[in-house]
Design a protein. Sequence first.
Length: 221
Amino acid sequence: MGGVVKTFKVLLAGALAAGLALSAVSFHALGAAHAMQSKDGYWVNSGKTVWKNGSGQCWQSGYWTPAMATAECGADLKPMKPKAPMAKPAMKKAKTLKITSTQLFGFNKSVLTSEAKGRLDREVLARLNEFATIKFINVSGYTDRIGSAQYNQKLSERRANAVKSYLVSKGVATSRIETYGYGETYPAKNSGCPDKIGRKALIECLAPNRRVVVEANGMPK
């Protein structure tokens, strides 16, 4: 009986020693596995390959968050990058169009000829089509220096009003148009036209001063 007990004790001691050794190995393996835990939130082996279960799911660490999802592991959980905001279309700015029309009026005249109306069609009305909306149109009339200042002032006003009337007849809103007369002031050409050259030559020399300036302001198309 004593021999049996002794044998049992030997076997028990061996089993305990084996169990302790196995526990030590398991603990060591667990420690090693923990050492191989990826900083990216997944368990990996020594080859840095992510461990997966039988269903192909990656083993996540205790501190894993959806932000750590990768294309291989949980791509559907990876936060989507916010879309870049669409650039706002540039706001259009109001534009001002300034058109100077010469050769509209003969000397001492304020009536538009057919040729002058055609010039306004090309130089003014065609350009007004560049606007989506028109805020205002200023029409300014001018004369040459021949004659009295008072007479030329009235003549310049009549010329501005003649152009306004024509623009209105073509569909431009009369409420948008203001007229101004500047007489013989602000000449476009003055030098090189001395009085001594003779009246006919002087009238021809000063022709650029007999003009109308149209200034339009509004939003472009």
